[in-house]
Design a protein around this ligand. Structure first.
Ligand code: ES4
Ligand code: ZN
Length: 322
């Protein structure tokens, strides 16, 4: 209806997108062919059939398998270019893109290949796009420190660093030293926290890592004092509705707590996380929440506005969008 039209047409910013999670099955098969990589699935349809997840880990296993077709600089370029074209269609004017270099360097792909391919696609797109390098939390802090060292020649191509992959059992404080170094380098800091993990992980992401934004963070409402603090400090949450239902953080979209997060005064945003795996891009996420939750046009405007307010765009560029 009208609300759907308004929501899809609004200019928006995407603040939580794993670029490897934008690899569509068709592109996975095309790249496998191009690179002579053998896949465990016989067809695009068979691969897509496997996209039935019971939790974060069951998704991550297949997500890392999909990324195994990325070998050449052009592969990283093509993946990123395809995503940025989808941004244009969804009226996403700015994207802060996560990438997972360790997924690739562990297979012998050079850091340079990964960063150059993704960055070149960003430069060639009319969409404003910046890069956030994520450390895999299931690996050691030593591995993260070595990854940061390998990325130092590309410092100018990064706006920040993040923390992703298996949350439970890998609390933020495991990465205290590497985040302190990133902070000294002037990088922006974010971390996944409170997706499957408890509110204590949100508190340590803030207090130990000193993150400026929380990725997911939906479990924050289990701690009223923490909720009040994050609202007061204006720290944003990058919420990913389709991801949360596909990974069973919430059983159904009508159970999602987005309205409660906004009502608590939190700077919540809507994002796509891994759009090729979770059933949709930015506008699909907006349509899904507006169909299932009591959200109004005023909420839509707040969410679009929050997406730019919570971005790491310089103040003068933010003003153009706000
Ligand atoms: C992720 Cl949904 C999610 N959570 C944690 N790590 C991730 N990496 C890619 N998608
Ligand atoms: Zn994520």
């Amino acid at each position: 209806e009208q609300l759907r039209q308004a929501v899809t047409a609004m200019p928006k910013a995407e603040l939580h997108i794993h670029i490897e999670g934008s690899l569509e099955p068709e592109l996975i098969f095309a790249l496998a062919e191009r690179n002579g990589v053998r896949l465990a699935y016989p067809s695009v349809d068979a691969l897509r059939q496997a996209y039935a997840f019971k939790d974060l880990q069951s998704f991550l296993d297949i997500y890392y398998a999909g990324a195994s077709v990325l070998l050449q600089e052009q592969d990283f370029y093509d993946m990123t270019a395809a995503f940025l074209e989808r941004c244009e269609r969804d009226n996403v004017r700015h994207a802060e893109i996560f990438f997972d270099p360790q997924t690739h360097t562990a297979r012998g792909v050079a850091m340079e290949t990964v960063v150059s391919g993704i960055h070149r696609a960003c430069q060639d797109s009319p969409v404003s796009a910046t890069l956030i390098m994520c450390f895999l939390r299931h690996l050691s802090e030593e591995d993260a420190l070595a990854t940061l060292d390998a990325a130092l020649p590309h410092r100018d191509k990064l706006i920040g660093v993040g923390l992703d992959s298996s949350e439970v059992g890998h609390p933020p404080e495991k990465f205290a030293r590497v985040f302190a170094r990133c902070r000294d380098l002037g990088l922006h800091l974010v971390a996944h926290a409170g997706e499957e993990g408890p509110p204590a992980y949100i508190a340590s992401a803030l207090d130990v890592l000193k993150v400026e934004r929380l990725d997911h963070g939906v479990r924050i409402l289990e701690d009223a004092a923490l909720t009040a603090r994050v609202a007061r400090e204006g720290i944003a949450l990058t919420v990913c509705p389709l991801s949360n239902t596909k990974l069973r953080v919430f059983d159904q979209m009508r159970d999602h707590n987005l309205v409660q997060l906004l009502d608590a005064g939190l700077l919540a945003t809507v994002n796509s996380d891994d759009p090729a795996y979770f059933g949709g891009y930015m506008n699909d996420n907006f349509i899904a929440v507006f169909e299932s939750l009591p959200l109004t046009l005023a909420h839509a405007k707040t969410l679009a506005r929050n997406s730019f307010a919570a971005s790491f765009l310089p103040a003068e560029q933010k003003r153009r969008f706000l």
